[in-house]
Design a protein around this ligand. Structure first.
Ligand code: DAH
Length: 344
């Protein structure tokens, strides 16, 4: 019996393991549920009373030795490749199912607008969402008393006394025009998509956060006719409509200014509702850049002229996808967003 303990001890110490299978054999033999050390424990009853204690201690040491040796062998086998490393993964097993996402409808429409203008040489420009009063209003020719400068319409950012300028969340992406003209020389042809903020009550038709796309083209001899042609191109590409009209309007930063309507038609009841029975759908504001704005941005207004336009993405997206409540765009309800799978 005592010899058996020494024998097993020796066997444990000299056991060599090269593969994961051999390691498993070691485990089964010395540590498994029917291991050889357990068999020796069963012999305890045959050991004379005065030797039982010593026998038990020897067996426990043997057991610990087996575990220690196993741990050491596992480590070295791991380094040379264990089961997980040596076995090839079964590539024919079915994968984990996970749902593909969808682009947000606002992104879908924004990308399409950007794409359309890219094709005629416009590049994307960006500006900060927290904007100073100068870029959002002053440089754009907003008079001091203009209502947009009022707390009712604009989210002003409380400054801690350190900011050199009054800061606000930009109320339109027209501020990007100013930033571009300050840093680039004509010819300038940019499109500026982005998020804008207005202090308005949230309803089905308005939201305090929304998205706009601003366009700007400055060069020598740019005319109102160039603007009209560009906007017709857009209406045709985006809406598939060929007729637009320009209604006189007012914006501080353009002169003359206009609202752009596309002729939608009155074929269905939905057309009546959407166009309020007129057949015309208002899509954006536009105009020839006011010479004051050019001069504010260091561009010679005698030499250069240009046009600008700006549109809200939500309204166009609502029309495109037949959505009657703008709040849907901001709720992040995946049941709603799932519907846009596959839309680019
Ligand atoms: N910034 C205007 C708005 O927020 C939209 C706009 C109108 C932009 C006319 C323009 C423009 O560049 O020429 O309502």
């Amino acid at each position: 019996m005592w010899d058996k303990i020494d024998e097993i001890n020796k066997e444990i110490d000299t056991f060599t393991v090269e593969t994961a299978e051999q390691l498993e054999q070691f485990r089964i033999k010395f540590l498994g549920s029917k291991n050889v050390i357990k068999d020796l424990f069963k012999l305890m009853k045959e050991v004379p009373g005065d030797q039982k204690k010593e026998f038990g201690q020897k067996l426990n040491t043997l057991k610990q030795n087996a575990q220690k040796r196993f741990d050491a062998l596992s480590e070295t086998t791991a380094a040379s490749g264990t089961k997980a490393q040596t076995e090839k993964p079964d590539v024919t097993r079915p994968g984990f199912p996970f749902e593909a996402g969808a682009r947000h409808p606002i992104s879908v429409v924004r990308n399409e607008i950007v794409d359309i203008f890219n094709r005629i040489g416009y590049t994307v420009a960006e500006g900060p969402e927290i904007e100073d009063d100068y870029h959002n209003f002053t440089a754009l020719n907003f008079p001091e008393e203009h209502p947009a400068r009022d707390m009712q319409d604009t989210f002003f950012v409380h400054d801690n006394g350190e900011a050199p300028e009054k800061l606000a969340l930009r109320t339109h992406t027209s501020s990007v025009q100013v930033r571009v003209m300050e840093t680039q020389k004509p010819p300038i042809r940019i499109i500026a998509p982005g998020r804008v903020f207005r202090n308005e009550a949230i309803s089905a038709r308005a939201h305090c956060i929304f998205h706009q796309v601003e366009g700007l083209y400055i060069d020598e001899g740019v005319s109102f006719a160039d603007m009209k042609q560009t906007l017709m191109y857009f209406a045709k590409e985006f809406f598939g409509k060929t007729q637009i009209r320009l209604r006189p309007s007012y914006f501080p930063f353009t002169e003359p200014s206009a609202e752009v309507d596309v002729y939608w038609g009155l074929e269905t009841e939905a057309d009546y509702r959407m166009t309020k029975g007129t057949g015309w759908l208002e899509i954006m504001g536009c105009g020839m850049v006011d010479p004051n704005v050019l001069e504010n941005c260091g561009i010679d207004s005698e030499k250069y002229s240009g046009f600008a336009f700006g549109m809200g993405i939500e309204r166009i997206a609502a029309q495109r996808f037949g959505i009657d409540d703008l709040r849907r765009f901001f709720e992040n309800n995946t049941e709603f967003l799932k519907q846009f799978k596959g839309a680019q």
